[in-house]
Design a protein around this ligand. Structure first.
Ligand SMILES: [Fe+2]
Length: 237
């Protein structure tokens, strides 16, 4: 599929593989496509490992002489004279819908070492803290990125309420929306100095394709599924 698509860069919005294997998959992909690859990490990329270790692995890729780039929070990648790219991993931050782990839980809490042994209130607290820290970092980078006319933001979990799969309920939204990031994005994008800018948010996680416009932001939510990544071609000027 990927060989039949014309592109000059690839942006991956997380859930590449698992902690022990996402780097290998990135190298294999680069060997096939030989174009720059930019990525953030999704929750699955922490599975069978820890959050810190996966981020460390991702940061180390930036040190290698290969055109694969982890979008660290203070990185603004110039794509063209008018367009740039930034990124943040992102978490479902338990600030949307109703949080009740007895009604809806996710595998993250059994497969990422940071969550093992935690009580529900500790899990919720950690997810909120992780999301807030990343949103705060991204906000600072976003202000730097506003030197460009068109800002592309790669993240994993939709920062808005997007379509979910058939089993979506008010109990699943806490894990499928990053409200902290949504709030920070809105603060910057609606600022009067940025009213003439275009913000494109690329994300995934829900397995259901969706497209939403809000203020001067457009959200492209990939409908990728296991072993079946979805490709979307975006033209930039
Ligand atoms: Fe995910």
């Amino acid at each position: 599929m990927i060989e039949k698509t014309a592109f000059d860069r690839i942006i991956i919005t997380g859930d590449i593989a698992e902690a022990h294997s996402f780097a290998r998959h990135l190298y294999n992909l680069y060997d096939r496509v030989k174009v720059p690859i930019y990525f953030v990490l999704g929750n699955h990329d922490f599975y069978k490992g820890s959050i810190a270790d996966s981020i460390k692995q991702a940061m180390e890729i930036n040190n290698y002489p290969i055109d694969i780039h982890y979008l660290g929070y203070d990185t603004v990648v110039k794509l063209t004279s008018k367009t740039c790219l930034i990124g943040a991993n992102g978490w479902g931050d338990c600030r949307s819908g109703t949080v009740d782990l007895s009604r809806f839980d996710v595998n993250d809490h059994n497969r990422i070492s940071d969550f093992l042994g935690m009580m529900p209130n500790q899990i919720i607290g950690l997810r909120q803290r992780l999301a807030e820290e990343e949103a705060d970092r991204l906000k600072k980078t976003l202000w730097s990125a506003c030197a460009f006319d068109h800002i592309i933001i790669a993240t994993h979990v939709p920062p808005i309420h997007a379509k979910q799969r058939n089993n979506a309920t008010e109990y699943s939204y806490p894990f499928y929306c990053n409200a902290a990031l949504g709030a920070e994005l809105t603060t910057v994008t609606v600022h009067k100095d940025n009213s003439n800018k275009r913000f494109t948010v690329l994300c995934g996680h829900t397995h259901v394709g969706d497209y939403v416009e809000k203020y001067n932001m457009e959200f492209h939510i990939s409908g990728s599924n296991y072993n079946n990544p979805e490709l979307e071609v975006i033209e930039v000027k």
